[in-house]
Design a protein around this ligand. Structure first.
Ligand SMILES: Cc1cc2nc3c(=O)[nH]c(=O)nc-3n(C[C@H](O)[C@H](O)[C@H](O)COP(=O)(O)O)c2cc1C
Length: 213
């Protein structure tokens, strides 16, 4: 199963374009496989509340590492309500062989709706080793190796550290368009070619990645 998450606040979006390209190629290569799409911008998960932290503490204290057993942590109506939010999100994450996350850079990091999803589905000592993760991104500027903004990239770096540290996934694949702001910001207009090259390369790579997963 492919789980496809969107996180851009825009309908017409470059991260959605790259994600859609990965998904279309994947679906062509796996015509009979299940495909689940969740738009986190359209239907944002709520921020975690106190009852969620109680579920998390119980799981940690009782050394429960199997998501199928997390429901054992539910002891109060508030915790049941928190679990009702987590459960569908977690079930589709655990069922996925591949997770595709279309995520713009917002303020050098990930959109709040994606962070809310991460906070909802992540429990102590989880492992999703073996699940493939692909991030389809878009950024207003350029953050590649050697660029002045490279140290400000808390988007890819955060997601890589998160996948590794919390999901035991070391081989996430990133593909995306940069310099999107050159289309809007007159001060960056001279860098539109850079954006066009980045976008074309991203879409080509996205097709290859989608077809090879
Ligand atoms: C709230 C917000 C914050 C942003 N912050 C950054 C930023 O820190 N760095 C950057 O390069 N671009 C930033 N951008 C530009 C977006 O990354 C760019 O528009 C990108 O194309 C958005 O993805 P989308 O096209 O999928 O919506 C920001 C855009 C928004 C709306």
């Amino acid at each position: 199963m492919l789980l496809h998450l969107d996180a851009s606040a825009r309908r017409s979006s470059f991260s959605r374009e790259v994600g859609d390209t990965v998904a279309a190629a994947w679906r062509l290569a796996h015509p009979d496989a299940a495909y689940v799409r969740r738009d986190l911008a359209l239907d944002p998960p709520p921020p975690i509340g106190e009852a969620w932290t109680e579920l998390c503490d119980y799981v940690l204290e009782h050394q429960i590492t199997e998501p199928a057993r997390y429901a054992e942590a539910v002891r109060t109506p508030e915790q049941a309500a928190a679990w009702a939010v987590v459960r569908p999100l977690l079930e589709e994450l655990v069922a996925a062989e591949t997770v595709l996350i279309a995520a713009p850079m917002y303020n050098f990091s990930v959109p709040a709706v994606l962070k809310a999803w991460i906070d909802q589905v992540t429990f102590p000592r989880m492992s999703l080793a073996g699940t493939k993760f692909v991030v389809a991104y878009a950024r207003g500027g350029a953050y590649g190796p050697g660029t002045p903004r490279e140290p400000f990239d808390h988007h890819e770096r955060y997601l890589r550290d998160f996948f590794s540290g919390h999901f035991a996934v070391e081989d996430a694949v990133f593909v995306g368009s940069e310099m999107v702001n050159s289309l809007i910001d007159p001060a960056l207009a001279r860098r539109r070619d850079e954006h066009e090259r980045s976008r074309a390369a991203a879409l080509e790579t996205a097709r290859k990645i989608g077809g090879s997963l």
